[in-house]
Design a protein. Sequence first.
Length: 427
Amino acid sequence: MHHFSYRRGVSHASVLHAEDVDLSALADAVGTPFYCYSTATLERHYQVFADAFAGAPDTLVCYSIKANSNLGVLASLARLGSGMDVVSEGELRRALAVNVPAERIAFSGVGKTKEEMAFALDADIFAFNVESEEELRGLSEVAAARGKNARIALRVNPDVDAKTHHKIATGRAENKFGVPFERALSLYQLAAELPGILPVGAHMHIGSQITDLEPFRNAFALLTELVGTLRDAGFEIEFVNLGGGLGIPYRNDEAPPPLPTDYAALVKQALGNLGVRLLFEPGRMIAGNAGILVSRVLSVKHVGAKTFTIIDAAMNDLIRPTLYEAHHEIIPVIGPARGTPNVLTDVVGPICETGDYLALNRPLPELHAGDLIAVMTAGAYGAVLASQYNSRLLVPEVLVSGSQHCVTRPRPSYDDMLAAERLPDWA
Ligand SMILES: *Cc1c(COP(=O)(O)O)cnc(C)c1O
């Protein structure tokens, strides 16, 4: 469910809108390419996820900032009471900047620096998700030196196959994440002895874009077993963090992934009676469908039997197709006249890389220079992964709410881009 749909527009009979905003008019105002996010969609996804756990024991949804860290997006979610899952000091500062209470912030990540630990301790965050013995010892040192106690959950790697793209699977033994299940108890025992460490939770996150409940079921069974083992050993486990990872529909021609309510039913069945607070770290599930990338066609090139639609967005703006072989639906912003035939085309950017494409061999209504297209489901792992490769200006982000819009991250100028760098004296 999202709030991008065709409606009668300012100058055309059928124009894609973001809520009540005409995207053709917005493109004229902001310039292309740009990301556009829908507040109503973000809010709805957060609410659907949170509501799925209504009636379950104490739960805390910590939106995973790395999916989309735009301050307007974060502020919209913070307003609904969302907690945040952060993986760096930068993300923690973003959460604090939009007034997320520290007691709703969890700090994940396989490589936290001492400086980041100190900053998070001073902010009094809810908990650290600790990923190794070395991190545990380092955190203990930093906490003890500051007279603080770090509440921790050990991130346990359950060695389950999340059945997702190999670059976003995190719960296999060969992945860098977490500690092996068999080592967990001895590390909790170590944690209990270390100064400044309170081992009060358990954490797992097995991957992203998971479209089958089975891997979750296996992971939750292991977590339940772990909590039992820890309690038998005398640990008071207050919370269990189930991570994120629930998949979303990217294609119109595929069966949709499990609904949040299906996921929640599984959670309640597996962990509902443990008497622990349940934390969740959904990212993609909240932001994915709430964003699109709007781009303009620069030219259409015919080479033999092939057609290339060259657009002004590129892999530096949205790298998911290149990095993950990801599929994004692409639709024209101006609704095509009935009966317009589809032609097969590669939709490519201007970057000097063969991997610079947003779609290959895609049936699309015939496009011409100047036409606008929307790359759908680009709200998660889109703008956050953007770069200035080829010295292209960083893509702007626009947040819509009803008929209002705000350019929450403006496009920098070329002067801004050059002014960010320094020349050495000797050059
Ligand atoms: C990336 C990440 C998430 C969010 O994953 P989604 O698939 O976007 O829900 C949650 N927790 C941790 C620890 C992560 O690294």
